[in-house]
Design a protein around this ligand. Sequence first.
Ligand code: GLY
Length: 427
Amino acid sequence: MKVLVIGSGGREHAIAWKLAGESSVEKVFVAPGNGGTAAENKCVNVDIKYNDIPALLDFAKNNRIDLTVVGPEEPLSKGIADEFEKAGLAVFGPSKAGAEIEASKAFAKDVMKAAGIPTANYMKFTDFETAKAYVEEKGAPIVVKADGLAAGKGVTVAQTAEEAVTALKEIFIDGLFGESGSSVVIEDFMAGEEATYLALTDGKTILPLVISQDHKAVYDGDKGPNTGGMGAYTPAPVIKDDMFRRVTEEIAYPMIRELAKRKIIYKGIIYAGLMINGSDIKVVEFNCRFGDPECQVVLSRIKSGLTDAFKAATEGNLEKARLETSDDPAVCVVLTSGGYPKSYKNGYEITGIEQADKIEGIKVFHAGTKYSEDGRLLTSGGRVLCVTATAKDLKTAVDKAYGACNLIRFENMHYRRDIAAKAFKKH
Ligand code: GLY
């Protein structure tokens, strides 16, 4: 079987690595891939941008690709799955209409409301002055979200009204998120602890993966601006087994059924970002793809093959698919370029990955890396590497991940020192 994975982050390296490990998979093309996928067994990078849909389609047709897995949200929201399906190609990822659950916060809220899914109250605004007046009337804490796609960075949880107004100014006046900032959703603040629920779906059946927890803020103690994700771990004890079942029954199924009522047969990954407060579960957001870095830890625990399940989801018979998961926890620490998520420099040489990868239970997934012409591995993005560890218990996995991080060097490297710390507090 020949597979095409679209994207260039740590998530796509993890997907490509997982699929390449299956005996039925002969080759994994990654478009465009990164330094990690370039060196991964059975993987080949293809020099096509992740959002160049016509070129990706031509490549898939010309190379008789059996299955395409789309990593990031942008090509999905531009309709890549619709184009591949029209051409008779198997593609794992929702249609353009399905991807609206992530691409439009307002659409997602509307579907949630109709499906009776618990979430925060919200209002949508298309101009700065009205939004500012609303924030000043409501007061803080309050949540400001750019309505479109912003790579996880369009959300501000404001502790003061001034902070919320600054976020509105950045979106509406400074144009920080371009088109994605032409409208804004302002939500009530939700107290609690976040968790990530991921499931495969064919639009009828939900096949849940293990629960994980992301760390969005750039600094320890959840301080500083939001990033795409600074680290993750699984399992996340904030979600107990009975709650996990409730998420599937009361959130995931109602969501795909409400979408089906609207003639959207949602296929691919459904991601529910949850806020847990005691036994109360609310949805913070839906995404239309694997989380990054949640994908790295969740896939590290899957013992069975994934291609059959991906195929079953695309073919509409997911009820037949089974996945086997290891009980061993997994932790991922993201090594970033100092300055991310704001400005940072690329092109610094990275050393120490080989030594880190030699440690039993460690896998270093690449994100923003590339090889120079003279064969050196260089930084080429905000999130550079995702150091992922599995072990018999979470504490050992955390120690192992940080031990591996200590071996890796590049100029201005930054990472959080408290990944998974929340797992050790009383729940
Ligand atoms: N790590 C959060 C996300 O992928 O949206």
